[in-house]
Design a protein around this ligand. Structure first.
Ligand code: ADP
Ligand code: YYY
Length: 424
């Protein structure tokens, strides 16, 4: 099922800079800017509109137009854009706006964030008067309308701001600073809330973060493993000496030997194993390292370049292809490593070891007693982690495939692939 359209509301007093900042945000982020005030002014300017006069009355008096009108205009504009992410400025402005939105749009959209532009009345008035003097042509950029609008903002809009604050969706911005500083703060919020967290709330990003952790866990449990077996050596003087032989990664047992001085002898005794399980272990570890690297690269891309990732289909095909290859590697690697581990356990069984004279160099086997085996649990867990990785990478292949397919429009045009048009 396709995700619901996302909405960021931008609130603030008249002249606080909502429109100015929205037009800067959409240059950096793939959002469509919809200004409730602009939509109402356009409707009011439409000679055929039945509600034009009603809108004009509210605008001049600084009061709020009934939500049925505003919500329908917003809904129409959202549908007409064909896009998925909206920056809605100047809405919801009162209780009526909020309940109308909740009734008609709450189940069709997700509100991701509410930005509030904090600005003193004096600065708001100064900016709106400046906007009027610069030729905005707006019937409400005059002192009388402005004073009424500020009263409306305080009495009707601030409770809505508080409502979103309680929901944890509100971000306040000091809008009195120069526009460049304000936009910097806003872009940080967008970066953190929209770009950083969002990809990890979707299956692709969430599973990729888990894959990163589980790939490390899988190969680290093999590379960090140092197993051991032990037994006692009878010195023949009533004394025994404990012998411990290590079984280190990469488990090329034939080339690993240990020299031990036993019972004060002048020459050391060489102990070795037979067998080679290094190719199974190294293939498994290699798959883990490759997976970790790919997960790291894609996590960085999701974090810093989610938009580019969505826009560039080649990137998504590469992600899909490599994820599929790594899923296959995990299956092959885990299977091979499970088989290798069972051979390794057999080869390093201490009971067998002390009974097999040809493995020992000039040792009297009758002097070896009390075989002790170390724990291989970490390696058993690594096999399980390998198969878990296989399941995750296969699952992610499916989600990446679904994403590629879902975002394919009717004519093969990706639904979200075109950056938003510049706003007003
Ligand atoms: N940070 C700012 N510093 C100075 N002037 C600003 C700033 N932000 C906006 N303005 C100016 O103030 C006026 C009102 O801005 P606008 O974005 O239209 O506000 P709003 O949409 O909140 O009514 C515009 O003339 C704009 O150029
Ligand atoms: N949700 C809304 C938004 C605006 N209006 C009306 C009433 C407002 O005073 C005017 C102008 O809104 P606009 O957002 O353009 O005004 P400012 O950007 O805050 O100066 O439109 C409304 O009735 N309901």
């Amino acid at each position: 099922m396709a995700a619901l359209p996302e909405v960021v509301f931008v609130l603030g007093g008249p002249g606080s800079g909502k429109g100015t900042q929205c037009s800067k945000i959409i240059k950096e982020f793939e959002f469509v800017h919809l200004s409730a005030g602009d939509l109402l002014r356009d409707e009011q300017a439409n000679k055929e509109s039945e509600v034009g006069q009603l809108i004009e009355y509210h605008i001049v008096n600084g009061t709020i137009v009934p939500v049925e009108i505003t919500c329908e205009l917003l809904h129409k504009a959202m549908k007409a854009s064909g896009k998925h992410k909206f920056l809605i400025d100047g809405f919801p402005r009162n209780e009526d706006n909020l309940s109308g939105w909740t009734k008609n749009m709450a189940d069709k959209t997700v509100v991701k964030l509410v930005l509030c532009m904090d600005c003193s009345d004096d600065i708001c008035i100064e900016r709106c008067m400046g906007r009027g003097a610069a030729g905005s042509g707006r019937s409400d950029d005059n002192l009388t309308s402005l004073k009424k609008r500020l009263v409306t903002f305080r009495s009707a809009t601030l409770p809505i701001v508080e409502h979103y604050d309680k929901l944890g969706l509100l971000r306040r911005i000091n809008a009195e600073r120069p526009a460049e500083q304000v936009v910097f703060a806003l872009l940080c919020y967008f970066g953190v809330m929209i770009v950083t967290v969002q990809p990890f709330l979707e299956p692709r990003g969430f599973i990729r973060a888990l894959e990163f952790i589980f790939a490390i866990a899988a190969f680290a449990s093999v590379t960090n493993f140092v197993g051991s077996i032990g037994f006692d050596y009878d010195c023949g003087t009533g004394k025994t000496e404990a012998v411990r032989l290590t079984v280190p990664y990469p488990f090329h047992l034939g080339s690993h030997s240990e020299n031990k001085i036993l019972c004060g002898a002048t020459k050391p005794t060489k102990f070795t194993f037979f067998g080679d399980y290094s190719s199974d272990a190294q293939f498994f570890v290699g798959t883990g390292v490759l997976s970790m690297l790919w997960a790291m690269i894609t996590v960085a891309v999701y974090l810093l370049g989610e938009q580019n990732y969505r826009l560039d289909k080649r990137l998504r095909y590469v992600d899909f292809g490599l994820t599929l290859v790594l899923a296959t590697f995990w299956l092959a690697g885990s299977g091979a490593w499970a088989n290798g581990l069972s051979g390794l356990k057999h080869e390093t069984d201490p009971v067998e070891y002390i009974r097999t004279p040809q493995f020992l160099y000039g040792l009297d086997m009758a002097k070896l007693h009390n075989p002790r085996s170390g724990s291989f649990a970490a390696l058993t867990i690594s096999v399980l982690l390998g198969f878990l990785n296989f399941i995750m990478w296969t699952g992610n292949t499916w989600f990446l495939y679904k994403e590629l397919k879902d975002e394919q429009g009717e004519n093969g045009v990706p639904n979200q692939s075109v950056p938003a048009a510049a706003g007003p």
